[in-house]
Design a protein around this ligand. Structure first.
Ligand code: KMH
Ligand code: ZN
Length: 271
């Protein structure tokens, strides 16, 4: 089995210090958290930026500062968010792609998101995909519900994404697909052969679905964006703490963990 790629989703757009007192917010804090997660075994950092007041931001300059600070510390693969926060305009969300990071997320459909709607119209999805092609950025296809896999395959047919595809199944968002073993299995069986995939389980779905991914040959995503609790009623002390647990589990289950350079090879990124 391929080595395990661990993505750490350090910040997110919705979590606050009230939810998680150790949430990194400033560029320095985000870079430090990425470095700690990298030391623990993460090979991809999924990044959201925050403004001076701690609110979600897609500001190009803030992303540039975060990326520079991360690159000064370690060789973790930087994956910027183009999801941003609910209600942001497509142009606002696309800003960090112009920095030509190695990867960016590409959500391929509209979905209910708690009490809100995370809008991704067909036209906007195509614009995002084309921008990633134009800037040489590798998309990670964010799949919040099963129909989004069909949308991804439509993009492939149109030449707007290229094989091998890399998917991230996000299970357990209120309003989207539930975080069950059966749902993950169905999704894994629905993607083209030769694709790679990871799973991000929200809240209490994180650990069981991550464990399943280790066993099935997929990859995992952990971090405060998806889950702030280490166990029921106990807040995690850091993003790295989640990474450390996955490294222990993976080793116990006989699967080695990929370095960033090995992850680049597995994903077909230029090394
Ligand atoms: N904050 C969500 C509305 C992504 O990073 O691409 C979207 C999101 C997905 O977080
Ligand atoms: Zn995100």
């Amino acid at each position: 089995m391929e080595k395990l790629i661990i993505t750490v989703a350090l910040v997110g757009a919705e979590v606050t210090r009230e939810h998680q007192p150790n949430l990194p917010l400033s560029p320095d804090e985000i870079a430090d958290a990425a470095y700690e997660a990298w030391k623990a075994g993460a090979s991809i950092a999924h990044i959201h930026a925050r403004d001076g007041a701690g609110g979600a931001s897609q500001d190009r300059d803030i992303y540039q500062e975060i990326i520079a600070k991360i690159e000064a510390k370690c060789d973790i693969i930087v994956q910027v968010s183009t999801g941003g926060a609910v209600g942001m305009t497509p142009a606002e969300r696309l800003q960090p792609v112009t920095l030509r990071p190695e990867m960016a997320t590409l959500t391929v459909g509209t979905v209910n998101f708690g009490d809100d709607v995370f809008m991704n119209t067909p036209r906007d999805i195509e614009t995002f995909a084309q921008a990633m092609l134009d800037h040489g950025v590798r998309p990670e296809l964010e799949i919040f519900d099963v129909g989004m896999i069909t949308n991804a395959l439509r993009l492939l047919k149109k030449g707007l994404v290229r094989e091998p595809l890399h998917f991230d199944f996000v299970l357990g968002v209120p309003g989207a697909i539930a975080g069950t073993v059966e749902n993950l299995l169905h999704m894994v069986r629905s993607i083209p052969e030769g694709s790679t995939w990871s799973v991000a389980g929200v809240g209490r779905a994180q650990l069981p679905l991550n464990t399943m991914a280790i066993l099935l040959g997929g990859h995992v995503r952990v971090g405060f964006e998806d889950n702030v609790y280490y166990e029921k009623g106990v807040l995690a002390t850091s993003n790295a703490q989640f990474v450390e647990r996955i490294v222990r589990l993976s080793k116990e289950l006989g699967r080695e963990v990929a370095s960033p350079q090995e992850a680049r090879k597995i994903l077909g990124l230029s090394t």
